[in-house]
Design a protein around this ligand. Structure first.
Ligand SMILES: Nc1ncnc2c1ncn2[C@@H]1O[C@H](COP(=O)(O)OP(=O)(O)OP(=O)(O)O)[C@@H](O)[C@H]1O
Ligand SMILES: [Mg+2]
Length: 445
């Protein structure tokens, strides 16, 4: 649990911090209300210990502001001895508990543990409530298995906060969809959703793309242009493929995120930008950090909260609903999906995840104008998929052989002479093997 301690007395703050750290909590501290609110906006705290009497703002004023940012924040108010009246008032203002000075540490620990338990119970309860209202989502997101429910529940909880979210997951798992969902569930949902694909911007255009440029800033800058940060003003900036961002460009992005101010290329004035930042990646950024390919400070800046999208092969329970969803999307007429086609798809591993499933359905209903889809109508890589990691030596060799034949046929556009040549076998042997593995070339049936 992340705890924020707010107290203007250095001694008291250090004492509490040291004690709670030793008890295994992640603790940050702030010396006044202003500083507390800044730290609070940056990190996902679950509990705040607030000194009631501070010079700049009272504890309850600070708490009210924190609740506006995150209504779920728990608080323990620390009050001067004998001011029980204020304590009652304070509890009315939304603190979960209070302690009198001097703080009895074992008392404090009890109260924290009680709050921890309450958080757990509430989370379970809200999980149940969320499953029931999945249909209220502002986007169609398919999947009501436990894996997807976890993701949706995290997205719902983080959406109202100002935190940066790092969305991780293999290609095609729905990272962008979840980013759009968070935006739509956030307080800035009436603002823009601006996307930047960090992997696709040429290095020399990076600054201009993100921060914009003034007319004449460089050759080709015939007019001034707003960058993505400005486009996202008062909305959400989605940094896609953040793991692809070259190391030498990372400090520039970090600075903009930290200072919330940018300067157009060739421009003089600083423009302040108010944006919610979401980032996505299919790479293991922690690993990149260890290899020195990604800056650690930028990583921590982005990974305030993280959501991991599981690959489709780990949530196969969602496949039937996804198939139904995509059939409806791509076929003007109702289509019957035969059970063997369904089983074949469920067995497949989907290296390209949901996007691959979507393309398979799209292709199948377009090519197959009948109203019934059988296993034989599915593309060969699906029909002949065998988990290569399983089986004995000859089964594995056969699987490899099948895969090589399929890919050779695909590359040769189905022309068997060419496929045989590239495989280094005769056409007769190729035909024999195709028969053995039940491989048909599309259009030549
Ligand atoms: N749960 C879902 N329900 C319905 N459609 C989905 C779901 N998840 C993903 N999709 C669809 O699958 C496609 C791929 O999703 P998306 O573009 O969000 O993936 P991604 O993780 O950003 O992929 P990449 O890493 O390749 O950019 C999109 O057409 C999206 O609408
Ligand atoms: Mg994407």
């Amino acid at each position: 649990m992340k705890i924020l301690i707010v107290d203007d007395e250095d001694m008291q703050r250090d004492l509490l911090k040291g004690f709670l750290k030793k008890k295994g909590y992640e603790v940050s501290s702030a010396a006044n209300g202003q500083e507390a609110l800044l730290t609070f906006a940056e990190l996902p705290f679950q509990l705040v210990l607030l000194d009631h009497r501070m010079p700049d703002m009272t504890g309850d004023q600070v708490l009210a502001k924190m609740k506006a940012v995150n209504p779920l924040i728990r608080a323990i108010m620390i009050t001067a001895y004998g001011t029980v009246d204020t304590a009652v008032e304070v509890m009315k203002l939304g603190a979960d508990d209070f302690l009198e000075k001097p703080v009895d540490l074992s008392h404090l620990l009890d109260k924290i543990q009680m709050i921890e338990q309450r958080i757990m119970v509430d989370e379970e309860a809200s999980d149940v409530a969320e499953t029931l209202i999945q249909s209220d989502l502002p986007l169609r997101i398919i999947g009501d298995g436990p894996a997807m429910n976890d993701v949706l529940s995290l997205a719902r909880r983080v959406a109202p906060t100002p935190w940066t979210v790092l969305i991780r997951g293999e290609s095609g798992t729905g990272k962008e969809l979840i980013a759009r969902l968070i935006h739509l569930l956030s307080p800035v949902n009436d603002g823009p959703f601006a996307e930047v694909n960090c992997g696709a911007i040429p290095e020399n255009l990076f600054e201009s793309e993100l921060f914009g440029h003034e007319k004449g800033a460089f050759t080709g800058a015939v007019s001034s242009r707003r960058g993505r940060f400005e486009v996202a003003q008062n909305g959400t900036l989605f940094l896609d493929e953040i793991g692809e961002l070259p190391l030498n460009l990372q400090p520039k992005l970090l600075r903009a995120l930290q200072e919330k101010r940018i300067c157009r290329v060739g421009g003089e004035k600083e423009i302040s930008v108010e944006v919610r930042v979401l980032a996505a990646t299919n790479r293991d950024i922690k690993n990149l950090v260890e290899e020195g390919l990604f800056r650690e400070d930028l990583y921590y800046r982005l990974n305030v909260f993280d959501i991991e999208l599981p690959p489709l092969r780990q949530r196969k329970e969602d496949i039937p609903d996804l198939i139904a969803f995509f059939l409806e999307k791509y076929s003007p007429l109702p289509v019957t999906f035969e059970p063997d086609a369904m089983t074949t798809l469920i067995k497949y591993s989907f290296p390209g995840n949901i996007r691959e499933l979507e393309h398979i359905i799209q292709r199948t209903v377009t090519l197959n104008r009948g109203r019934v889809v059988r296993a034989a109508d599915l593309p060969p890589e699906v029909r002949f998929y065998k988990a290569t990691a399983q089986g004995n030596l000859s089964e594995r060799l056969e699987a490899v052989e099948q895969e090589m034949i399929l890919s050779a046929l695909e590359k040769s556009g189905g022309i068997q002479t060419r496929a045989a040549e590239s495989l280094g076998i005769s056409e007769r042997v190729l035909r024999y093997k195709m028969k053995k593995y039940n491989i048909e070339v599309r259009g030549q049936r």
